[in-house]
Design a protein around this ligand. Structure first.
Ligand code: SF4
Length: 441
């Protein structure tokens, strides 16, 4: 395949990239953005559940566990650090009722989930007994025997040998460790609950137990990050030889501890590295892994053996799979409709206990926006195959998206060949995460 990076014309305006890190989200998690989802569309979502699934659309299952040991200063997710064992039991029962409400719906059409994801919050906050109670109940409602990928997010400080064995026995294929950094001072300043000793202990246990895939998460640009500390963190990550690595760039949304402090001090710029620096750090990390034979497979991910290690959850989500999501604040997509559950603990639990679906807001995706959504999300993987997009949506993406593609070309971000459209790494590293209500346990 011949690829051409189209150079920017000399006199054109550059892209409107922000330099400093100011408050707000930059990750592209979904399309259209959540601000467009409304309570008015909830009845249309409930009607869609009574229709059979679209032919050939696979099903995924997402479960949200909103508990954490402590709230990280950069966290903007709906998490709870004050729930006791009774609250947790009530939540697990609510999750099972939430799932049971879908189990008899036409939308499932006899499908079983092909990929399953436990995100948070911190799924590994649950005890082995709580995990068994939840997952055995889930399997009775919707068997997992056809799932080829089961992902479980874990915070290193919550993991014991005993708990890791229970997680593996659940059938988990990918353990996703929220390491974020190896420097204890940086971990502490950013409010993380774990320390480097716990990372090494948990990683060692997980390797011994033999998870098919261990993914580690890192964040470039945490508070107090320096070039030297980042280099050390990358070297330590490389030395662990993980199966895959996900690297996020620090953003500072409004509902974070960091933003509250900025506001109190009257600051507009966050006390973290600027975007150019963060992009450079991600690039350095990608290069360090590439030098060890890893392959960059998305804006945020490097993989040791792409033939063996897949990200079906991400691939499914970006290609229009149905995603049944249960849990507070979780969001999913069924029969062409996006939906999100109640984002507070008690309204969520009360709704399912009253026999109602806990849907908070929804968005009916018109056919044309389906194309836009999938094209945009797949660009986060690096490139889109023109023939596949044309076959699926009936229009060549070079025609459908001629205007935006021309802009990307003018900025020097477009990589075009006869068969593929993609983004240069410079552009794609300003992309986004694949995430859910919580991505960084
Ligand atoms: S970043 Fe992750 S571990 Fe930290 S509080 Fe948020 S969900 Fe919990």
């Amino acid at each position: 395949m011949s690829t051409v990076t189209i150079a920017p014309p000399p006199s054109t305006q550059g892209p409107p990239l922000q330099r400093e890190t100011t408050a707000g989200n930059y990750f592209v998690a979904n399309y259209p953005p959540f601000a467009f989802w409304t309570a008015d569309a909830v009845p249309a979502f409930h009607e869609a559940l009574d229709r059979p699934p679209m032919p050939g659309v696979p099903l995924g299952l997402y479960t949200h566990i909103p508990f954490c040991r402590k709230r990280c200063h950069f966290c903007y997710f709906r998490v709870y650090t004050d729930k006791n064992a009774d609250d947790i039991k009530a939540y697990l029962d609510a999750l099972l009722k939430d799932l049971a409400a879908y189990a008899g719906k036409a939308v499932l059409g006899g499908r079983k989930p092909r990929f399953i994801y436990f995100g948070g919050g911190t799924p590994s906050y649950l005890s082995p007994d709580q995990l068994r109670y939840l997952t055995e109940g889930m399997k009775r409602l919707l068997p997992w025997d056809e799932a080829t990928e089961i992902t479980f997010e874990a915070e290193p400080g919550t993991l014991t040998d005993h708990k890791l064995r229970a997680i593996r026995e659940m059938g988990v294929t990918r353990l996703s460790l929220g390491i974020e950094h190896f420097d204890d001072t940086i971990l502490e300043i950013n409010g993380r609950a774990h320390r480097s000793k716990e990372i090494l202990r948990a990683y060692g246990y997980a390797r011994e137990i033999g998870f098919p895939q261990i993914n580690i998460d890192l964040i470039a640009g945490m508070v107090e990050e320096t070039p030297g500390k980042w280099q050390e963190a990358v070297a330590k990550a490389v030395a662990l030889e993980p199966d895959s690595v996900t690297i996020y760039q620090m953003e500072v949304p409004y509902n974070t501890g960091i933003y509250r402090q900025m506001k109190a001090e009257g600051k507009l710029v966050a006390p973290v590295a600027d975007w150019d620096t963060k992009r450079r750090w991600v690039d350095e990390a990608f290069r360090a892994f590439e030098a060890r034979g890893y392959t960059v497979t998305s804006t945020t991910t490097v993989v040791k053996d792409p033939a063996r290690v897949k990200f079906e959850y991400r691939q499914g989500l970006f290609s229009g799979a149905d995603l049944l999501s249960i849990g507070v604040a979780s969001f999913g997509h069924l029969n062409g409709v996006h939906y999100q559950n109640h984002h507070d603990f008690q309204p969520y639990v009360d709704a399912v206990n009253a026999g109602r679906l806990p849907t908070y807001r929804a968005y009916v995706l018109p056919d044309d926006e389906r194309y836009l959504r999938e094209f945009m999300l797949q660009l986060k993987l690096g490139s889109v195959r023109i023939a596949d997009a044309t076959a699926k949506f009936g229009t060549d993406p070079r025609v459908r998206f001629a205007g935006p593609l021309a802009t990307l070309r003018d900025w020097g971000f477009l990589v075009a060949s006869d068969t593929h459209l993609g983004l240069t790494r410079r552009r794609s590293s300003h992309g986004g995460c694949v995430g859910q209500a919580g991505d960084v346990p």
